[in-house]
Design a protein. Structure first.
Length: 368
């Protein structure tokens, strides 16, 4: 009866997986088709009003003139004195989101004006009012929150990367801590228990602030000093956040691993001893392989929790989804509409990983 039930469950999983893959393929095809007909950047810029086009032409003329002056100076070998940079009349913002794009023009001075356009399905729509304006803002905010055009430690990319690295290190560290806690050596057991108690008993935000601010102050270094270049500050903050989240996750994963190991029937240990296996062999060949299957559900849940907890890295200036959203609000006079795409992005990321983990749990986990 149990074997028939397992076969039926496998059939249901395969059927659901097939339907999900079919839907995903259809969505990808639809996005690809729409992306093929999406207006390019030149087409979007050409839609600007004649007045805006005239200002853009002035900017282009200034750029060509400045380039010509630099080239002349290089040829004559003369050093030109410092010249006041020429005024830029128009700021152009172009955001490309695979199947839809957004372009805005903002002029300054006496000719101050703003124009916005949305490109979709081969057409360009004026987006300065009504629903089109909201759609344009959503595209712009989503583009920035995702970290498009930035390094991998910006926006949603940072959130996903930090979560994945944290869980990998957390599971490895947690396994070592769990083995230490259940060890017969009292000093090792107490040391691991104290570590777990500390990191589970203090707020994650406080741990992050201590590692980012207090630790460098005590040992006389700066996180950004570990790197060179324009991204040194962000890279240093990322390393500090990674260390903090890994140490914290290790404590929680330790309890998951410990519970999974201790849930294995004691008869397994006795059988291993009867076969002449030592403690190390028993753990690596008998206990841990069985425990891994029982760890899957709680570890997947830990992954989702960390994914959401990563939002606190805004406290140390990292440009994750939350930090970028706050900066957009500050720069756009309290336009709180930005939190809508931020929440949607979090939901999409969580839903994708939840679906993946649901499949893994059904296929590999064991419930008793």
């Amino acid at each position: 009866m149990s074997s028939e039930l397992k076969k039926e469950n496998v059939k249901i999983i395969r059927k659901r997986t097939g339907v999900s893959l079919l839907i995903l393929v259809l969505i990808i095809i639809a996005i690809a088709v729409l992306g093929m007909f999406k207006p390019d950047q030149a087409t979007m810029i050409s839609q600007a009003s004649p007045e805006m086009q005239a200002l853009i032409a002035k900017d282009n003329a200034n750029v060509e003139e400045a380039s010509g002056e630099e080239q002349t100076g290089d040829e004559t070998g003369e050093e030109s004195g410092r010249k006041r940079p020429k005024r830029k009349y128009v700021t152009i913002t172009y955001n490309d989101l695979i199947f839809i794009n957004y372009c805005s023009f903002s002029s300054s001075g006496a000719d101050e004006r703003i124009e916005r356009y949305v490109g979709f399905a081969g057409k360009v729509f004026y987006a300065d009012e009504g629903a089109a304006k909201i759609v344009g803002q959503m595209i712009n905010y989503t583009y920035r929150i995702l970290g498009c055009g930035e390094s991998i430690i910006h926006g949603a990319k940072l959130t996903i990367l930090l979560t994945i690295l944290t869980v990998i290190v957390g599971v490895i560290l947690g396994t070592l801590l769990a083995l230490g806690k259940i060890s017969k050596r009292k000093w090792l057991s107490k040391l691991c228990s104290g570590y777990i108690f500390f990191f589970r008993g203090t707020p994650l935000l406080m741990q992050l602030l201590v590692i980012y601010f207090t630790v460098p102050g005590i040992f006389g270094f700066t996180w950004r000093g570990l790197f060179n270049g324009l991204e040194a500050v962000n890279q240093g903050a990322f390393v500090a956040a990674f260390i903090t989240f890994s140490l914290n996750s290790g404590a929680y994963c330790a309890e998951i691993v410990r519970a999974a190991i201790q849930s294995i029937d004691k008869g397994q240990n006795e059988a291993a001893k009867a076969l002449g296996m030592n403690y190390s062999q028993t753990m690596t060949k008998i206990i841990i392989p069985q425990a891994v299957r029982r760890m899957i559900p709680p570890v997947c849940n830990e992954f989702i929790m960390i994914l959401k907890d990563v939002s606190i890295v805004f406290a140390i200036g990292l440009a994750d989804i939350t930090q970028i959203s706050n900066s957009i609000v500050a720069a756009n006079a309290g336009d709180y509409l930005v939190f809508v795409p931020a929440v949607i992005i979090y939901l999409i990321i969580t839903a994708v990983f939840s679906k993946l983990f649901e499949y893994i749990e059904k296929k590999y986990s064991v419930y008793e």
